[in-house]
Design a protein around this ligand. Structure first.
Ligand code: 5GP
Ligand code: MN
Length: 327
């Protein structure tokens, strides 16, 4: 149970807040920041949103007011010591903010974390976390409803809807409960337009992204008698197509659409290292698999980043570890 009244007390008794989220943010990350930003603004607070990553272009519609900034050491470093509260949204480990890890951890200001991932690190003063929530956006919804700290309106309903929609895989993952649907019903009553948000997030892809998806699909291979499916995207793919790392969002799920596959893995070669995205069906805890390589995540969705350039060598090593999680 999250102590929402403690969170309310922190919000009401402080004046300035710096919100941040994880590297390579998804719509739960950006949506939660945006929803929390407008909540704080309605209370007259001073608020900054500073992220390690640039906002992906399909989420720029959240940022019409230009409220989200990419971290620039010269411009933003002092902010970490000048605001009253640092708020970590949708992540629970300090290394998830990459270039901002140092200013975040070294700041002596009050730090709080609002999140729904498992295996949290002890990196803040107050953890407002519960992994039963389908999205961090759902936690913000509950915070508003349980404390009545503000009145929910369309400006806040829109990003909360986007957060829940993406983190439930458009209302199909396990934590898509009747409660989630009741929340969604209320958000629609406030005026949220499902098709417009879906269209912005998923149906405005750059042509290069769709071509990259083609390469990823073309690379799919099966292992472990067809129970593991995996894809590989190389730097050459990115370069030849002019595609970006953020274009790979959701590609990993295609592995799981192959019959009998219960673990899907996407290997992505980056300029400085590589990234592994892992998904599973049922109760296969791929967060523990990712943790073996310094990563983390949820039971059915996890990942890890490697700052080494030996992806091809590591593929069989990671596949072999993954086999240990079948059954
Ligand atoms: P994705 O595959 O979409 O990048 O990540 C899926 C989930 O895995 C994320 O929501 C996040 O919880 C977790 N994750 C991905 N990469 C990392 C990582 O490098 N470190 C940790 N701790 N978690 C990660
Ligand atoms: Mn999330």
């Amino acid at each position: 149970m999250i102590d929402f009244f403690k969170l309310k007390e922190i919000v009401l008794s402080n004046n300035s807040f710096l919100l941040t989220t994880h590297v390579n943010p998804d719509a739960d990350a950006i949506g939660s920041e945006t929803a929390f930003y407008y909540l704080l603004k309605k209370l007259g607070k001073e608020v900054f949103i500073i992220n390690h990553s640039a906002t992906p272009y399909n989420m720029e519609f959240f940022n019409k007011d230009k409220i989200i900034h990419k971290y620039d050491e010269n411009l933003h470093k002092d902010l970490f010591n000048n605001v009253d509260v640092l708020v970590a949204l949708d992540f629970n480990r300090s290394d998830r903010v990459v270039s901002m890890k140092e200013p975040f951890t070294k700041s002596d200001k009050l730090k709080i974390c609002i999140d729904h991932h498992q295996l949290p690190e002890d990196f803040v003063d107050h953890l407002f976390i519960d992994s039963d929530y389908c999205a961090t956006g759902q936690i913000i919804y509950d915070f508003i409803k349980q404390t009545n700290i503000i009145e929910l309106d369309l400006q806040i309903a829109n990003p909360i809807y986007a957060a829940i929609m993406t983190d439930t895989g458009s209302f199909r993952f396990e934590r898509t409960t009747s409660e989630v649907h009741r929340i969604i019903a209320e958000l629609l009553d406030l005026g949220v337009s499902p098709w417009e948000i879906y269209d912005q997030l998923y149906d405005q892809s750059k042509f290069s992204k769709i071509k990259l998806l083609g390469r990823a699909l073309n690379s799919v291979k099966l292992d472990a008698e067809g129970r593991i499916g995996y894809m590989v995207i190389t730097q050459k793919d990115f370069d030849e197509l002019g595609a970006l790392e953020s274009d790979t969002e959701n590609f990993v799920n295609y592995n799981l659409s192959v019959e009998n596959v219960v673990i899907g893995i996407l290997f992505i070669e980056l300029k400085n290292g590589f990234k592994v995205s892992i998904r599973s069906k049922g109760n296969i805890p791929v967060n523990l698999l990712a943790k073996e390589f310094g990563g983390g995540g949820h039971i059915n969705a996890s990942g890890a980043r490697f700052f080494t350039d030996n992806m091809q060598e590591m593929i069989p090593v990671i596949l072999s570890k993954a086999k240990g999680y079948l059954n």
